[in-house]
Design a protein. Structure first.
Length: 139
């Protein structure tokens, strides 16, 4: 059964966004080119925001989490509830592996652990589609 074009478009678009949000964790610059009154380098505003984030137990933080935190939460939930979808999403989105490389990794791991499962390309694609849909709904 062919996959609808709209679902493929949604999946690709969402996975690109998810990748950008995932990579948003660490600021590229620690210091700005400014110095403070004491002559020491000032932190770059992005680094200061990243370093001085509110405590995750703070209600304000729960009400207004940034995109990276929302992404981390969605990925953790996926890992807890649907580990295969998580493995596929993580390998393709975060590690930049192809569907074929992910399929090979899943099959190699199944063999090493003496599991009877073997993964086809179609199965990996379905895990990818389902993982994208689930992370989007939890995000």
């Amino acid at each position: 059964m062919p996959i609808p074009e709209e679902r493929l478009h949604f999946t690709v678009t969402w996975l690109w966004k998810l990748r950008r949000y995932w990579e948003d964790e660490i600021p590229l610059r620690i210091h700005s080119r400014e110095t403070d009154e004491g002559g020491t380098n000032q932190w770059h505003p992005e680094f200061a925001r990243w370093l001085l984030r509110a405590d995750l137990n703070d209600q304000r933080w729960r009400d207004n989490p940034d995109q990276r935190v929302r992404t981390t939460r969605a990925m953790r939930k996926l890992r807890e509830k649907y580990p295969r979808e998580y493995e596929v999403i993580y390998r393709i989105v975060v590690l930049d592996h192809t569907i074929s490389q992910t399929q090979q990794w899943l099959n190699d791991r199944a063999e090493i652990h003496r599991k009877p499962e073997r993964y086809s390309r179609e199965a990996v694609l379905l895990y990818l589609l389902n993982g994208a849909e689930k992370t989007h709904s939890w995000w």
